[in-house]
Design a protein around this ligand. Structure first.
Ligand code: B12
Ligand code: SF4
Ligand code: SF4
Length: 303
């Protein structure tokens, strides 16, 4: 079944992996025990991991498997204007158009499965772990997942499904081959989130954790660390596995000088003019509206 699905998805350049639904308990326990043993910071767990739902809503269908889809994504560039000057800023793969992409993938799967009695429902699960155990990806030392032909530049999305899957359809999670003798991402991480002492990164030190959320940046984050409007490219851009993909940067939008000036004044989100809100929504960046002004300012201060 998964082979047929992969054949079908080839025309979209997507990849699919599958694990048995009954494996989810093991993944839940793994993450819980990392948290209980204090390898995962409390704030990270509360904000992102405590809301994973390892079971399907009652009354939907009997879940037999989890399907994970990898879709390649480029870096994006957005332009801001100050006076006559145009400032390009980078947004890492995955952010732009994320919600729309999830809807598109669901529609493609629905179309593929229609009339078969098989169904999929969007899930909120640890997607890198599922991708690794399905054999779709390997972990880099930077804890990001890598897939053949995509490097780390891809988006993951997961679905509960009633497609049968053997309990034995399972791969042990693997580190990329060349990570053993390489420390390039570790050295380039501006905040020391990647360490040699343990495989799990110190997510509570990752720049992304701070620039996706509102509030002041901690004083220990150096101003030169900032490199994207949201997120951070430093551990992906230097990775040899990404060599062929780093040049793929797509322009996604532009804010006029007037819009940039308004954004930099950091008005409350509800006071933003509809032209700015419209552009942010088009980019699928509405979750980051409230942090855009702060993040843009720190990038401009570097200039
Ligand atoms: C929480 C979260 C974050 C948090 C915490 C990051 C983290 N590492 O946990 C923050 C906000 C910091 C973050 C940052 C980023 N994120 Co994020 N994030 C997530 C989210 C919601 C959950 C990830 C998760 O499960 N974390 C829990 C930890 C425990 O799991 P894990 O990282 O897989 O860790 C496993 C390994 O360490 C492994 N392990 C442990 N020991 C060993 C030993 C060996 C030898 C091996 C091989 C493995 C291994 O076991 C751990 C699990 O138990 C997912 C979406 C989702 N629903 O899954 C996106 C997601 C993982 N993020 C994504 C992205 C793109 C990013 C950023 C690159 C964004 C950016 N900067 O541009 C950064 C990368 C930071 C980094 N180096 O990891 C993508 C990754 C796509 C990909 N190609 O892998 C995802 C999948 C979103 C998506 N739907 O596409 N993210
Ligand atoms: S930069 Fe080196 S250590 Fe880091 S993920 Fe890539 S190959 Fe692995
Ligand atoms: S995303 Fe940036 S801050 Fe986070 S681990 Fe990678 S290099 Fe470090």
């Amino acid at each position: 079944m998964i082979e047929n699905l992969n054949n079908f998805l080839r025309k979209y350049n997507y990849r699919a992996g599958i694990i048995s639904f009954s494996r989810l308990r093991e993944l839940e326990d793994e993450i819980k025990s990392f948290y209980e043993d204090k390898y995962i910071d409390g704030a990270i767990y509360k904000l992102y991991l405590s809301s994973f739902a390892y079971n399907i809503e009652e009354g939907s269908f009997e879940p037999k498997s989890v399907i994970i889809i990898a879709a390649p994504r480029p870096q994006n560039r957005i332009y801001f204007n100050i006076g006559n000057k145009r400032f390009p800023v980078i947004i890492p793969p995955v952010y732009i158009g994320q919600r729309k992409l999830n809807q598109k993938i669901k529609a493609i799967l629905d179309c593929y499965l229609s009339g078969t009695g098989y169904m999929v429902l969007p899930a909120r699960l640890p997607e890198k772990l599922i991708a690794a155990h399905s054999g779709l990806s390997c972990y880099g030392k930077n804890n990001i997942s890598y897939a053949k032909d995509f490097g780390s530049f891809f988006h993951l999305t997961s679905f509960f499904s009633n497609i049968d899957c053997d309990y034995g359809n399972w791969y042990e999670k693997k580190e990329l081959e060349n990570c053993q003798d390489c420390r390039v991402c570790l050295k380039n991480c501006p905040t020391g989130a990647i360490s040699t002492g343990r495989f799990l990164i110190h997510a509570e030190r990752c720049l992304t954790f701070f620039n996706e959320e509102p509030g002041n940046f901690p004083a220990w984050i150096k101003s030169e660390s900032h490199n994207c409007l949201v997120g951070c490219m430093k551990c992906q851009i230097v990775c040899p596995y990404n060599k062929t993909f780093i040049g793929r940067i797509e322009d996604a939008g532009e804010f006029t000088a007037e819009e940039t000036e308004i954004l930099l004044q950091n008005p409350p989100v509800e006071k933003l003019p509809s032209s700015i809100i419209g552009k942010i929504n088009l980019l699928d960046l509405e979750d980051y509206t409230g942090v855009m002004s702060r993040n843009l300012k720190v990038l401009l201060e570097k200039e």
